[in-house]
Ligand binder design. Structure first.
Ligand code: CAA
Ligand code: FAD
Length: 383
């Protein structure tokens, strides 16, 4: 067993850290306050290769492993979680899903644009009546011979106002239940695609989350991913990898909160000594360091299992569940360690605390992760 990161991994980690601290941190408070989409920053992330990290070089990607992606997600999430969720959806749900399950023609047509960041993608599974209960898809894709006729509404769609491509889950054969669902590649320039208003959110406020309406959208048959009825399995398999990315986001939020709290505890003096010398604060820092370390081991290991092509369904759910709980708990503690200063935007920890909450909700709530984990462990699956 080797816990040492390779030279390549350390280089990716350092590059992401430098980018986040130098190029994301300066405007992050303002973008968050104004719900301003980070156009410039996302363009730059495309140029630096952060939007198609795992895509093979053949399609213009970085050809990197999942651990490299996780290390970059973690560093960027210490600073700007709007940028990291955009990055996470594009890398692990869109590019990975397309490259792993798409046809050669689909990959050649779409991956170069997505890997470079020229296009950003959206993953469209959730509906007003189908969030956790994702098999209850009401959006329909009626088979019309050489095309599907798509009708329905998706909500909470990340990148909804900016993406050029949607991967849309829709029901074709309701009598088959989840086996009747297809995943269709929909270009957002298609007639009948409408974008609803941008959500005003608690956290990740400069990412754009929208409701999307599809009305009689004609989707060519060649835009279906995989065999007829593969759509739900596509979504679940893709989300198992996506959850490692969100686990890394949560790890970054926890780590960023800890770094800020540790530095502040050395600067702030009360009763004649720096506050980290008061045992109450020192013990908080000890608990933060310990739990972040445990989360890190789980997240890196889930990425490693994926890179080894081993079963990672339970490991990714465990990593997301635990890391998101650590992020929530310790971003709150970071605010506490900052006292009153923690409650104002200038010190960054209140934003991380607000951002932490979503990691317990999207890509499957904590309750859904427990459903996934319990099913895997009770049926004897490896983790
Ligand atoms: N891999 C492959 N197949 C899988 C699978 C997996 N990980 N998980 C389930 N399946 C298959 C099952 O084997 C079953 O197939 P068969 O009928 O052929 O046996 C089929 O899928 C249906 O599975 P279940 O019976 O287990 O379905 P269920 O109704 O009990 O639901 C669930 C299971 C785990 C709760 C699932 O619905 C789920 O994950 N819900 C949460 C949805 C979610 O995570 N949404 C995230 C949206 S994207 C997002 O949020 C992005 C973002 O924010 C940035
Ligand atoms: P519900 O499913 O209604 O759940 C409500 C509560 O009940 C939760 O606490 C849940 O855990 C609990 N619950 C439900 N069923 C059970 C059960 N069987 N056992 C125990 N507890 C249960 N979706 C996309 O498809 N693409 C995106 O890009 C995307 N981005 C998002 C961005 C943001 C900012 C947000 C807020 C959401 C996003 N989502 C996206 C949707 C997200 O994945 C869903 O919100 C999430 O899966 C939960 O679904 P829901 O909101 O319908 O809650």
């Amino acid at each position: 067993m080797n816990f040492q990161l390779s030279e390549e991994h350390l280089a990716v980690q350092a590059a992401a850290r430098e980018f986040a601290q130098k190029e994301l941190k300066p405007g992050v408070i303002e973008r968050d306050s104004k719900m301003e989409y980070p156009y410039e920053q996302i363009k730059r992330m495309g140029e630096l290769g952060f939007l198609g990290m795992m895509v093979s070089p053949e399609y213009g990607g970085g050809g990197m492993d999942s651990l490299s992606y996780v290390l970059a997600m973690e560093e960027i999430s210490k600073v700007d979680n709007s940028c990291s969720v955009i990055m996470s959806v594009n890398n692990s749900l869109i590019c990975w899903g397309l490259e792993t399950f798409g046809s050669d023609a689909q990959k050649a047509k779409y991956l170069p644009k997505l890997a470079s960041g020229e296009w950003i993608g959206s993953f469209c599974l959730s509906e007003p009546e189908a969030g956790s209960d994702a098999t209850s898809q009401r959006t329909t894709a009626v088979d019309m011979g050489d095309y599907y006729l798509l009708n329905g509404t998706k909500n909470w769609i990340t990148n909804g106002g900016t993406s050029k491509l949607h991967l849309v889950m829709a029901q074709t054969n309701p009598e088959l239940g989840s086996r009747g669902i297809n995943c269709l590649i929909v270009e957002t320039s298609s007639e009948g695609v409408a974008i609803g208003a941008k959500e005003d959110k608690l956290g990740i406020r400069s990412s754009d989350t929208h409701t999307i309406m599809y009305t009689d959208v004609k989707v060519p048959k060649e835009n279906r991913i995989g065999e007829d009825g593969f759509g739900f399995k596509f979504a679940m398999k893709t989300l198992s990898g996506g959850r490692i990315g969100i686990a890394a986001q949560a790890l970054g939020i926890a780590g960023g909160s800890y770094e800020l709290a540790l530095a502040y505890s050395k600067e702030r003096t009360t009763f004649g000594k720096p506050i980290h010398q008061h045992q109450a604060i020192a013990f908080k820092l000890a608990d933060m360091a310990m739990e972040i370390e445990a989360a890190k081991l789980m997240v890196y290991r889930a990425a490693w299992l994926k890179d080894q092509h081993m079963d990672y369904v339970a490991a990714s759910a465990m990593a997301k569940l635990y890391a998101s709980e650590v992020a929530m708990r310790h971003s709150v503690e970071a605010v506490q360690i900052h006292g009153g200063y923690g409650f104002v935007k200038e010190y960054h920890v209140e934003r991380l605390m607000r951002d932490a909450k979503i990691t317990q909700i999207y890509e499957g709530t904590s309750e859904v992760q427990r459903i996934v984990i319990s099913r895997e462990v009770t049926t004897g699956k490896p983790y």
